[in-house]
Design a binder for this molecule. Structure first.
Ligand code: ADP
Ligand code: MG
Length: 206
């Protein structure tokens, strides 16, 4: 499915997409948070982009661990340690690997979900990034028995966006959005949205 070079180019593209969507993600964070999600992630991926050229010949594990550490140390806000742990734990699971197949990717997604759950003490239906990540992982596992990597990622993206949309119907119980309680209804979670954009980049790269 992907070698280390493709992983690097996907990470670069994720950074570009986050930069393009910076304002939108920040606007989503306005009514339920503190208007910084896009700014936070763009700062983190800017740091990632600086590190990527030094990682060209490294294994996928090292690449993802380095990305995770860069996000933890630069993002600020809850999403930094959450996405940071997700990338670091995926990196640990893929230590030494120069290539990964679809099965590895699906396992890595589960690892990322576990990392966010553990770090955030959170689960689905709490209006967070997990509401895009978990349905996406489930849809991809279901699709994996039937079709190509591309069709699996397409199913994942559809489920991620549907999950992000569904956060409008949820009262947040974790993170800053929990402070606004029911006033958060009708608003889409920024983290579920940023995750959906990231998965979209992976799909387009295949
Ligand atoms: P902050 O909320 O500290 O300003 P960001 O705005 O960068 O940080 O990120 C907010 C996003 O982080 C939310 O939209 C949500 O998806 C995610 N998030 C916050 N807390 C948690 C948690 N405990 N578990 C999972 N995701 C969370
Ligand atoms: Mg915020």
């Amino acid at each position: 499915m992907a070698d280390n070079k493709l992983v690097i180019s996907i990470l670069k593209k994720i950074g570009e997409t986050i930069e393009e969507q910076k304002e939108y993600l920040t606007e989503l964070d306005q009514p339920i948070g503190d208007s910084d999600h896009g700014i936070n992630l763009a700062r983190g991926f800017h740091e990632v982009a600086k590190k990527l050229p030094t990682l060209e010949d490294k294994d996928i594990g090292t690449i993802l661990k380095t990305v995770g550490m860069a996000l933890v140390s630069t993002v600020g806000g809850a999403s930094g340690p959450l996405y940071g742990s997700a990338f670091m734990k995926m990196g640990m699971a893929l230590n030494g690997r120069m290539e990964l197949n679809l099965e590895d990717f699906l396992k890595a997604m589960d690892t990322a979900i576990e990392a966010v759950k553990q770090r955030g003490k959170s689960t689905v239906e709490e209006a967070t990034m997990l509401d895009a990540m978990v349905p996406a992982a489930e849809a991809m596992k279901k699709a994996a028995s039937e079709g190509s990597s591309k069709s699996v990622l397409e199913a994942g993206c559809r489920a991620a966006w549907a999950g992000a949309e569904h956060t409008k119907d949820l009262v947040a119980t974790k993170g800053r959005a929990s402070y606004v309680g029911e006033r958060g209804l009708g608003h889409q979670d920024p983290g579920a949205t940023s995750f959906s954009f990231m998965l979209e980049v992976v799909k387009d790269a295949l």
